[in-house]
Ligand binder design. Structure first.
Ligand SMILES: C[S@@+](CC[C@H](N)C(=O)[O-])C[C@H]1O[C@@H](n2cnc3c(N)ncnc32)[C@H](O)[C@@H]1O
Length: 270
């Protein structure tokens, strides 16, 4: 059965600076080992193409990269930002409605399956889009093991728990990083490998405030949906943002987001 991405999986229209600040080397570094010249690659849920453009550089002029994303505003920005890269194409389309003429050697999906209520169907769809012997790489989080040091204000801890509850009730898997290897096995992928790819941000690093600030952005972007559906009162959402922003400036030392890449290959069928 073909499923559609839910509205929750789409990125709310907003400033895309979190996605724009990412790049292949820092934010999907484990993938670089298998990006050889000449590959035809699909990046599912490419956002504005910040990581996708790095993949295009790595596969070189004899390779080609297609980035697809269901959020129109992100694809529009990426098309403008990367219009001069000849071996990169960005397309606004839902994975489940995507029927390219040519299949791919490698399909990657970074931080996307965490938003889907049907991640196994997404893996099945990716398998259909791979050439014989093609590879699938999925990079994703275990949100249940996020670490902050020291602990952030109680208001943010409460918001974060509400966020996990909201996601769970929407059918999203909060620890998908751990469940990807069994999903890959169940769906018949071979040569399954798992790579640790934690995002570790330390006070004093140039991007610390911006990176640790992601939870403030989540409370801005996703919080209103959570308020509407009764997961947290509006005043508590606003309190979490205010106190967390101050905590990052004054007290925060370290934040670790648990992330893993799971990689596999489809069987060598004709
Ligand atoms: C958290 S962003 C990740 C962007 C980028 N891969 C990165 O790692 O920075 C998740 C992206 O997946 C996209 N997305 C979610 N469901 C999708 C679907 N079914 N088909 C295509 N894109 C989807 C969203 O629009 C969003 O841009």
């Amino acid at each position: 059965m073909i499923s559609q991405a839910t509205e929750s999986a789409k990125m709310p229209v907003s400033n895309s600076s979190v996605l724009d600040s990412r790049n292949l080397q820092n934010d999907y570094s484990t993938l670089t080992a298998i990006l050889t010249p000449g590959l035809r690659v699909l990046d599912v849920g490419c956002g504005t193409g910040a990581i996708t453009s790095g993949i295009a550089a790595a596969v070189g002029e004899n390779g080609f990269v297609v980035g697809i994303d269901s959020s129109a505003h992100l694809v529009a920005k990426g098309k403008e930002d990367f219009k001069n890269i000849p071996n990169l194409q960005l397309v606004e389309v839902d994975l489940f409605n995507y029927y390219p003429e040519e299949k791919f050697d490698l399909i990657v999906a970074a931080r996307v399956l965490q938003w889907l209520p049907n991640p196994k169907e997404a893996i099945i769809k990716c398998k259909e889009l791979l050439k014989p012997n093609g590879r699938l790489s999925v990079l994703d989080y275990n949100h249940t093991e996020l670490e902050w040091d020291p602990a952030p204000p109680e208001s943010m801890q409460k918001f974060y728990q509400a966020f996990l509850n909201w996601r769970l009730d929407e059918g999203m898997n909060n620890q998908i990083a751990e469940d990807l290897p069994p999903y890959f096995r169940e769906l018949g992928l071979q040569e399954i490998e798992v790579f640790e790819a934690n995002e570790v941000y330390k006070k004093g690093e140039t991007n610390f405030i911006e990176k640790a600030g992601i939870w403030s952005i989540v409370a801005h972007l996703r919080g209103p949906q959570m308020v509407e559906t009764g997961y947290i009162p509006e005043f508590e959402r606003l309190q979490a943002i205010e106190e967390y922003d101050k905590w990052i400036q004054d007290d925060a030392e370290l934040m670790t987001m648990k992330l893993k890449e799971t990689r596999g290959r489809i069987e060598n069928r004709p």
